[in-house]
Ligand binder design. Structure first.
Ligand code: KIV
Length: 290
């Protein structure tokens, strides 16, 4: 159990034992959202970390294409292949199964694996679902709406991703906050509504102003928003595992908190993250307001 400390993330009761938690399913995520319970998500890329995150009470595990940076040493997610995503999704799914875990598993569709056609997206999504994912995530709005609808109609739950979309970092001119102008905010809102209408069951909002993501969270209603660098007003939060454990090899994004700095174990750091999100204590820093 985590030891008491003076930090706002440090004095924490233990997370509920996995046995007392309900398996996470789409209806359960919708129920949590309707009841105003914050949804927690962390990335994981292997069996052990995924099982530890589940034991810490994290509801959603994302096998993110951020694995390109944190596992493969790439400078962006653009070089990540579908085969790499399949391999890591399978590793995580196996770890969760062995641990009799309850977490909801999301597989990230990598760059180039869904851009060509809806049919290509379906083939790529099937690879990740057959590797053990319960849901796939894809980046972007506008042209992706039709693809989301196509996948959802075929029984594949989809998480959309707007704001800073790392696969298009070169087109965006870097890892910058998105939706800052009135026009950009209106476009982002319109895309989010279209994605919800197309059947997206979750929406990651990355690096958007806190006021915009909070407004969108209220407006959307039934599609929970999961923020990363998007303020505290989203329906849930996600962080890259290595970032929240203070193991970032490059520049640590401003919105990240190193939960390991007050914890005595990886599971303790994850429990601290879960508690901080559930209680609306993370994110708190003014930098999250952009
Ligand atoms: O790949 C990833 O880890 C992600 C999260 C940052 C949301 O997409």
């Amino acid at each position: 159990m985590t030891q008491p400390s003076a930090s706002p993330y440090g004095t924490l009761p233990a997370a509920p034992a996995p046995a007392s938690r309900k398996p996470i399913s789409l209806p359960r995520l919708r129920e949590m959202h309707a009841q105003g319970e914050k949804i927690t998500m962390l990335t994981a890329y292997d069996a052990t970390f995924a099982a530890v995150a589940d034991a810490a009470g994290v509801e959603c595990i994302l096998v993110g294409d951020s694995l390109g940076m944190v596992c493969q040493g790439l400078s962006s997610t653009v070089g990540v292949t579908l085969e790499a995503m399949r391999h890591h999704t399978e590793c995580v799914a196996r770890g969760l199964r062995r641990a009799q875990a309850t977490a909801w598993l999301i597989g990230d569709l990598p760059f180039g694996s869904y851009h060509e056609s809806k049919e290509q997206a379906l083939r790529s999504a099937a690879v990740l679902m057959q590797a053990g994912a319960h849901m796939v995530k894809l980046e972007g709005g506008g042209w992706t709406t039709e693809t989301v609808h196509f996948l959802v109609e075929r029984g594949i739950p989809v998480c959309a991703h707007l704001g800073l979309t790392p696969q298009t970092v070169h087109a965006l001119g870097g890892y910058r906050v998105q939706g800052k102008t009135g026009e950009a905010a209106a476009t982002l809102k319109a895309q989010a509504h279209a994605l919800q209408d197309a059947g997206a069951a979750m929406l990651v909002l990355e690096m958007v102003p806190a006021a915009l993501s909070a407004a969108l969270t209220t407006e959307l209603g039934h599609c929970p928003t999961i923020g990363i660098g998007a303020g505290v007003g989203t329906a849930g939060q996600v962080l890259v595992l290595h970032d929240m454990l203070g193991m970032n090899l490059g520049r640590m994004p401003k919105f990240v908190h190193n939960f390991m700095s007050e914890a005595h174990s990886v599971q303790g750091a994850m429990q601290a993250y879960v508690r901080a999100v559930k209680e609306g204590r993370f994110p708190v820093d003014a930098t999250h307001a952009w």
